[in-house]
Design a protein around this ligand. Structure first.
Ligand code: SIN
Ligand code: FE2
Length: 216
């Protein structure tokens, strides 16, 4: 298939105060990132987590880094141990560290030191309801979110759930960075449409880098 964007340079689109979309920023790293996602998942497999309310999430998730986002009966927690395997989460692949640092810097966050990466896998129909990323103790650190594979509609609102939503398509290689004033803005992913992507098949993957521990 002829990809008209394969050779084009990434470009930036402002999204909200403190938030930027780096279009196609991860395009050239995508193949390496996918191999490394597979390597992480061979040690800490994708699983559909169950929320404290008993709801099985449609998105399949795993993590890498010092901490991983997970659920237990008490709620949403960051844990250094994968509850499925009983072992530490796999460390960050070098490709993740490099891409995340470049993206944070390009968006103006020069000192971002993530210690957690949530890896989301969306099959057709999977969605992520509107939520805030608020389980991290230090909200000065931004969120860096990398989209791979099938396109999805991302909703980005404000500090209140009822604030108006922007709806924008995130495509293969797009990176969204949000922090500062928009760090706690509500966001979500609408149900994934069926499709076939040359690198990821009928899935969309998303990497979300966070600083989930306290920086000394
Ligand atoms: C998330 O909010 O954790 C993921 C967003 C996305 O999949 O783009
Ligand atoms: Fe989120």
């Amino acid at each position: 298939m002829l990809d008209l964007f394969a050779d084009s340079q990434p470009w930036q689109e402002p999204l909200a105060p403190g938030a930027t979309i780096l279009r196609r920023f991860a395009f050239s790293a995508a193949q390496r990132l996918m191999l490394d996602i597979d390597a992480v998942a061979s040690r800490s497999p994708f699983r559909q987590m169950v929320t404290p309310g008993g709801y099985t999430m449609s998105v399949a998730m795993t993590n890498c880094g010092q901490l991983g986002w997970t659920t237990d009966r008490r709620g949403y927690v960051y844990s250094s141990i994968d509850p499925l395997t009983g072992h530490a989460w796999p460390p960050f692949p070098a490709s993740f560290v490099e891409l995340c640092r470049r993206a944070a810097t390009a968006a103006g966050y020069t000192d971002f030191q993530p210690d957690a990466c949530l890896i989301n896998r969306y099959a057709p129909g999977a969605k992520l309801s509107l939520h805030q990323d608020k389980d991290e103790p230090d909200l000065r650190a931004p969120i860096v979110s990398v989209s791979l594979g099938l396109p999805a509609i991302f909703q980005f609102g404000g500090l209140k759930r009822s604030d108006p939503l922007k709806r924008l398509m995130l495509e293969h290689g797009d990176v969204v960075v949000w922090g500062g004033e928009s760090r706690l803005f509500y966001h979500g992913i609408q149900p994934l449409k069926d499709g076939l992507h040359p690198l990821t098949g009928n899935c969309r993957y998303n990497l979300t880098f966070r600083q989930a521990g306290k920086k000394e």
